[in-house]
Design a protein around this ligand. Structure first.
Ligand code: SAM
Length: 363
């Protein structure tokens, strides 16, 4: 086991069977060693810094019916909301005052909203030129991704959810397709976004072989951001009675991805904190380097009900920033208020550099 972990740290890749064994092993010392190596690698790249992103949940109206998700279109029990441009800008203002230099706009997938997003993104870009804008608004047309990139968005999060075609089919309705999802990810990358993908760990029907397929896909795709969180059931979905995913497996995957991609931006997710009270600390000690406190207007937070008992208090919210500082300090880390862009000489986002150059020439 140790030989494989050392090789993954050195060569950033392993054979599929080795990944499978790392995920399955009952050897606690090996798992400890895996986390320690990942932590050291993260430390060598980011020191003690943990990047913070202000998460703005811009709306929970969604055209999709993903079988695991509490904001699926068919859920009539959730109160629907959609933030206005002013409410989003107000959240940004509040976040900026608190030191946030990345805003993540996440929401349900809707058609016909392109003009609104273009307006919101370009206004945030003009108002906060020192901040990064991350979008997580689901699948769009290529031209729409390109337009939002030109308007000033820097990053895009779109989890592929599962690479296995039969498993994708089990998690999603007929109207959605794995091929569309993968096509969107390719477009995002080609457009020049710092692109994030990822999965839920323990989603219904998921096997270790599926996870190995996910690892191999992510290895080939080379995302700049990797979002890994446990599946957690939601009471109004068809998967309401499935058990939550494993926190232990989530942490192993975080460490594997850290060793695979030393520079990647990897959050300790809210879903992990929902399962484990110290999930954020455990995620960081397994190699994560990003946290995303909730910056949405407090009144909407409970309606962004992706899964049951979603952690929303304390360090999960921007109001808990002082507590977050303390918690991180206790494990030897500190909040960084830098934009925290992905940096690697080999994966430099040249199109972003070009866009920044041309916009400074415009001035
Ligand atoms: N609409 C956008 C999209 O499709 O990417 C962003 C919103 S979507 C709700 C954000 C992520 O929430 C999904 O990619 C999924 O992995 C996660 N999610 C949804 N339901 C979940 C659940 N029951 N447990 C854990 N994560 C869940």
């Amino acid at each position: 086991m140790k030989t494989w972990i050392d090789r993954l740290r050195r060569e950033h890749t392993l054979a599929p069977e080795a990944y499978r064994r790392l995920l399955a092993t009952a050897d606690a010392q090996a798992v400890d060693y895996l986390h320690r190596q990942a932590r050291e690698v993260a430390h060598s790249k980011f020191g003690n810094d943990i990047y913070i992103r202000g998460l703005i949940e811009v709306g929970n109206r969604c055209r999709n019916n993903c079988l695991y998700c509490g904001i699926r279109a068919a859920n009539t029990s959730v109160a629907r909301y959609e933030l206005t441009k002013d409410e989003i800008l107000d959240s940004c203002r509040k976040g900026h005052e608190l030191g946030f230099r990345t805003f993540v706009l996440q929401g349900g997938e809707k058609q016909g909203c392109y003009a609104k997003w273009e307006d919101v993104v370009s206004t945030i870009r003009r108002t906060y030129p020192d901040c990064a804008i991350t979008l997580s608004l689901g699948e769009m047309e290529r031209e729409e991704y390109e337009g939002l990139f030109r308007a000033g968005a820097d990053r895009y999060l779109l989890r592929h959810e599962t690479y296995n075609a039969a498993h994708y089919r089990m998690l999603h309705p007929e109207t959605m397709s794995r091929e569309d999802r993968l096509k969107c990810l390719q477009w995002l990358k080609e457009t020049g976004y710092q692109t994030g993908t990822g999965i839920m760990v323990g989603s219904p029907g998921q096997t270790l072989d599926h996870l190995v397929e996910d690892i191999c896909f992510i290895e080939r795709f080379r995302p700049q951001m990797i979002g890994i969180g446990p599946f957690i059931p939601q009471k109004d979905t068809p998967f309401r009675n499935w058990p939550s995913g494993s926190a232990d497996l989530t942490l192993r995957l975080l460490s594997i991805f850290r060793l695979m991609f030393p520079e990647a931006l990897i959050p300790a997710t809210t879903a992990l904190s929902t399962l484990l009270p110290d999930g954020k600390q455990k995620g960081i000690l397994a190699g994560a380097n990003v946290v995303m406190p909730n910056l949405s207007p407090a009144a909407c937070r409970s309606s962004y009900a992706l899964y049951d008992n979603k952690a929303a208090e304390g360090t999960e919210a921007v109001e808990g920033l002082a507590l977050l500082r303390k918690q991180l300090d206790r494990i030897g880390y500190r909040i960084s208020t830098a934009r925290g862009d992905y940096r690697s000489p080999t994966h430099a986002t040249d199109k972003q550099a070009n866009r920044q150059e041309s916009s400074s020439e415009d001035k």
